[in-house]
Design a protein around this ligand. Structure first.
Ligand code: 5GP
Length: 263
């Protein structure tokens, strides 16, 4: 599939047109940003890892009946995806209190939440993606009641599936952010809601089950180092990197050869 004009460039990804008006290419960059772009760096290999990890996670969810925008991964940094009208909302699920939840409400760090907590944020960089209520979404027409109902249900199901997927590889899914869009379904000739964007260590908090070592973007946000090693560890445990890749032998700052298992 040939890449056409750039349609949109975000902090971590670029979207390109294709010849098919219903399909676009999603390119994963190595750029890491935090605190609404105040902190920026290039993390060599991050785009390649997130492309592969997100492909694996979205494909696994799709096998469990979750509709996603993913068609296929086309190379190390790119995926062919359905073009979607993205809801301007970040859907956040929390299983353990940390991050902005502890800052905002003083809930002690690491508190296990009795049931998953669903939050909505308005996707607006200029406003720092503020927390909003369901009523804001309905008042301003960012989604309608039926759409929110469908998305809430899908989001909690995704949390169940991902929690199990990560638990099986010794990782606690602490929290994550997902996005949704509407795409055109050729068969039903109707728009349908699909999971969009990406699911990767950039968009989730992942802690080692035993040591609680952070295996996600908090390593960048909090200057903990070894960002790529942590992302590689997630890929290795998911079974999408060869066992012989010994992350402890990789020195931070060096270019790391990234190999994936053949499918
Ligand atoms: P918090 O609100 O605690 O900062 O983030 C909650 C969860 O959502 C974390 O897993 C975090 O990575 C994810 N998240 C929230 N906003 C964003 C965002 O704008 N970009 C990315 N990549 N992840 C986000």
């Amino acid at each position: 599939m040939n890449k056409g004009n750039k349609l949109y460039e975000g902090k971590a990804k670029i979207i390109y047109e294709t010849k098919d008006k219903n399909l676009v290419i999603q390119h994963f960059k190595d750029d890491a940003t935090a605190f609404n772009n105040l902190k920026k760096a290039k993390v060599e290999g991050k785009g390649v890892l997130n492309n592969r990890i997100s492909e694996y996670i979205l494909s696994s969810l799709s096998e469990c009946g979750i509709k996603t925008h993913l068609i296929k991964r086309i190379n190390m940094r790119e995926q062919l995806i359905k073009k979607a009208e993205i809801f301007p909302i970040e859907f956040i699920v929390r299983n353990i209190a940390t991050g902005s939840l502890t800052k905002r409400l003083g809930i002690p760090e690491g508190t296990n939440l009795e049931k998953p907590l669903l939050e909505y944020c308005y996707k607006k960089d200029e406003l720092n993606d503020p927390l909003i209520s369901r009523e804001h979404i309905l008042s301003f027409g960012w989604a309608n009641e039926k759409e929110i109902e469908v998305i809430d249900k899908m989001t909690l199901r995704i949390n169940d599936l991902l929690t199990g997927m990560f638990r099986a590889i010794g990782i606690k899914l602490v929290d994550f952010k997902i996005e949704y869009g509407k795409t055109w379904n050729k068969d039903t000739e109707k728009k349908e809601i699909v999971l969009a964007d990406e699911i990767s260590p950039d968009t989730c908090r992942l802690w080692d089950s035993k040591t609680e070592k952070k295996l996600d973007k908090d390593r960048f946000r909090k200057d903990l180092g070894n960002i790529i090693q942590a992302y590689q560890e997630v890929a290795r445990r998911l079974g999408i990197m060869p066992e012989e890749t010994n992350i402890s032998e990789v020195n931070f700052g060096k270019t790391i050869p990234i190999k994936f298992k053949k499918k």
